[in-house]
Design a protein around this ligand. Structure first.
Ligand SMILES: Nc1nc2c(c(=O)[nH]1)N[C@H]1C(S)=C(S)[C@@H](COP(=O)(O)OP(=O)(O)OC[C@H]3O[C@@H](n4cnc5c(N)ncnc54)[C@H](O)[C@@H]3O)O[C@H]1N2
Ligand code: MOO
Length: 637
């Protein structure tokens, strides 16, 4: 099979125009009558008018006595009015029809009983007082809902009250979702290298449901051009929109564009957006066909950019609109000119501003969408945005949620995940969001006012003390509180059974030992360099000293895959991959908290969790941790 043609690179607006202008069918879908009770979330196709008034009779609004208002006029404490029950006053309950000839209700609490047949009142009631007159709520013929309205629970109540038992709603657009690729396997299948768990169709299906459509997920179509043609043809016959996932790019088996061109009209292949560039937009038999790139982030973004507005046009609504907010950018974002780039960001309210921290931009990282709080569009006319720039971000969470988030930036440790989880368990409104940029990165974020807490473990070479000397040096003009989170074991991560018999730092210079290092500025790297210096070992003699990884887990993966024999890291990382661990030393891991946040509700709640037995027991249970000083204040500047 020859490769597909080169991709276009047309601007986003041009792509949208080309696509939406060509959808020449009446884009709004037909309507259908459905029982009002089952109409939640559907879109009204026409205005809904009340058939009945509500109430449809004069109803007592209170428990009491129906009276003629005129008979109560003049009543007072000194001149009470007495009424004969059953004649001048008739007992009624809330909701009862008002008996003929009466025009007001006296509440039961305002009635004195004189004898079996007589009541007395000391206050007059006005005509129609305590009565719900016909049509108080709804008058027959009144409009209950306009067209193009998404039906909510209260709307269902009002329609039923108004005698509307069936409602005309837009037919849900049926979206056929075709996952393609020979390498795809259904979730739960046994995996061999090269197999990819097929989950995009489920994500797209969820989005379609959220946006008011009716998803129909097809089985996996392998990379077989004939079969793809056949399936797209079938899908077009059955659905209102067809989404083909993957096979959008320039690989040898990327057939989607060719299939769309052969079956109908290929309008666009390749848009100047990042991620999601190789998107395909076409028409087959007048029906829109969207070819969506395989990488999950690209897939979701393309759905947002093309599928969401398409469903909106068919339904007459704008589904899934999100709030936006102004935020300050924590780090520079470089982005090529001429491309609309969409960057996922973490958001946190630190002091009175929302800080946006750009996240990993890999299109294959679905976790980045799980963790993201918002989306930033870097416009195509710029080459990026500077740190400190004020930007507008689309919010994935409410402003209230963002206000209730503890922002942690710095070194990562699994105990932070446990902390975040326990915080949410105890205070469901609160969250912990952590960005992992290393100990030094955390201190710098504190300095720039971009986080509430920073986790660090940095050994000072001169004093042999942890963290405090760095804080004194780097945060001279800032008042902070430093608390201990835990002590943890650092050591050598080695293959099961420690085949190379690594026992200490000295073994790293052995000819048969291949090492993997951590990046400069990482606490673990500082620790290694400290020991090498102490023992007078020349780093040049270590095979692999120059090879750097950025996380404990990456070091463990290198050991597990056999490309190296050892690297320095924490016990939890070794355990996670079923590797062995040779302890080297215990290090102190502290949290730095700026003074202005120390007594805020957010940090008080966090401290409550840190100091709880539950937290200490859970972390200690992981192995390799000591919680003797957890929560203790070590320094207050
Ligand atoms: N030479 C070039 N190579 C690539 C280009 C390019 O312009 N020139 N574009 C890159 C970009 S950008 C993207 S995005 C991808 C798009 O690739 P395809 O749409 O052809 O998709 P595949 O190659 O089949 O799959 C890519 C990747 O996506 C994941 N995937 C696919 N389907 C599913 C699914 N149903 N569920 C979960 N995950 C799925 C999987 O990780 C695949 O490996 O092309 C680049 N290459
Ligand atoms: O568009 Mo690809 O979607 O950049 O990764």
């Amino acid at each position: 099979m020859s490769r597909t043609i080169y991709l276009d690179n047309i601007p986003l607006e041009t792509a949208r125009e080309k696509f939406f202008l060509r959808l020449n069918q009446p884009v709004l879908l037909k309507s259908e009558q459905i029982p009002t009770e089952l109409s939640l979330g559907r879109v009204t196709a026409e205005p809904v008018f009340a058939c009945l008034s509500s109430p449809h009779y004069h109803a007592s609004a209170m428990d009491g006595y129906a009276v003629k208002a005129a008979s109560t006029f003049g009543a007072s404490e000194t001149l009470p009015v007495q009424l004969k029950t059953g004649e001048e006053a008739v007992l009624v309950d809330t909701g009862d029809p008002l008996p003929q000839g009466y025009d007001a209700v006296v509440m039961i609490e305002d009635v004195h009983y004189i004898d079996e047949n007589t009541i007395e009142i000391i206050q007059p009631v006005a005509p129609w007082e305590n009565i719900r007159t016909v049509g108080e709520d709804l008058v027959a013929t009144e409009m209950i809902l306009p067209a193009n309205h998404i039906i909510r629970p209260v709307d269902i109540g009002a329609m039923l009250a108004g005698g509307v038992n069936e409602v005309s709603v837009r037919v849900k657009p049926v979206v056929a979702i075709l996952p393609t690729g020979t390498e795809l396997v259904q979730p739960g299948s046994p995996l061999k290298p090269g197999d990819i768990i097929e989950y995009n169709s489920r994500v797209i299906s969820g989005l379609v449901t959220e946006w008011g459509g009716q998803p129909k997920v097809w089985g996996i179509t392998p990379d077989d051009y004939g079969l793809l043609l056949e399936r797209i043809g079938q899908a077009v016959a059955e659905a209102d929109i067809v989404v083909v996932n993957a096979g959008s790019s320039a690989g040898t088996e990327d057939f989607t564009a060719r299939a769309v061109a052969e079956l109908g009209e290929l309008l666009v292949h390749g848009v100047a957006i990042k991620p999601g560039k190789p998107v395909i937009l076409g028409l087959v038999k007048g029906k829109p066909v969207i070819g969506i790139p395989g990488y999950p982030v690209s897939a979701v973004l393309n759905c947002e950019l093309f599928l969401r507005p398409l469903l909106g046009k068919m339904l007459g609504i704008e589904p899934g609109l999100r709030e936006t907010a102004k935020a300050v950018l924590a780090r520079r974002v470089v982005s090529p000119q001429g491309v609309d780039e969409f960057v996922r960001v973490k958001l946190g309210q630190v002091g009175d501003r929302i800080v946006a921290t750009p996240m990993s931009r890999g299109a294959g990282i679905i976790m980045s969408l799980v963790r993201a709080d918002g989306l930033l569009q870097v416009p195509k006319l710029t080459e990026g945005l500077e740190a400190g720039a004020e930007v507008e971000v689309e919010l994935f969470r409410t402003k209230e949620e963002i206000r209730n988030t503890v922002v942690a930036v710095g070194s990562h440790d699994i105990s932070l995940d446990i902390l975040g989880n326990l915080l949410k368990e105890r205070f469901p409104r609160l969250s912990l969001s952590s960005a992992h940029v290393g100990s030094l990165g955390g201190l710098m974020a504190i300095k720039r006012g971009e986080c509430h807490i920073a986790g660090m473990h940095m050994l000072d070479e001169q004093t042999g003390e942890y963290n405090l000397p760095y804080i004194e040096r780097l945060l001279k003009h800032q008042q902070v509180t430093v608390i201990n989170l835990m002590y943890r074991q650092q050591g050598f991560i080695v293959a099961r059974g420690n085949p190379k018999q690594i026992k200490g730092i000295e073994d790293l210079v052995r000819n048969d030992v291949r090492f993997i290092n951590r990046q400069r500025g990482a606490g673990t790297r500082i620790l290694l360099d400290y020991y090498l210096k102490q023992k007078g070992i020349d780093p040049e003699l270590i095979a692999g000293y120059d090879r750097e990884e950025y996380t404990h887990m990456a070091v463990a993966v290198a050991v597990a895959s056999g490309t190296v024999d050892t690297g320095l890291g924490i016990l939890a990382a070794a355990h996670a991959l079923d590797l062995d661990f040779i302890p080297l030393t215990e290090e102190r891991y502290d949290l730095v908290i700026p003074a202005e946040f120390w007594h805020t509700d957010l940090i008080n709640a966090l401290m409550e969790i840190i100091r709880s037995d539950k937290f200490k027991v859970r972390v200690a249970g992981l192995g390799g941790y000591d919680m003797r000083d957890t929560g203790k204040v070590l320094m207050q500047s």
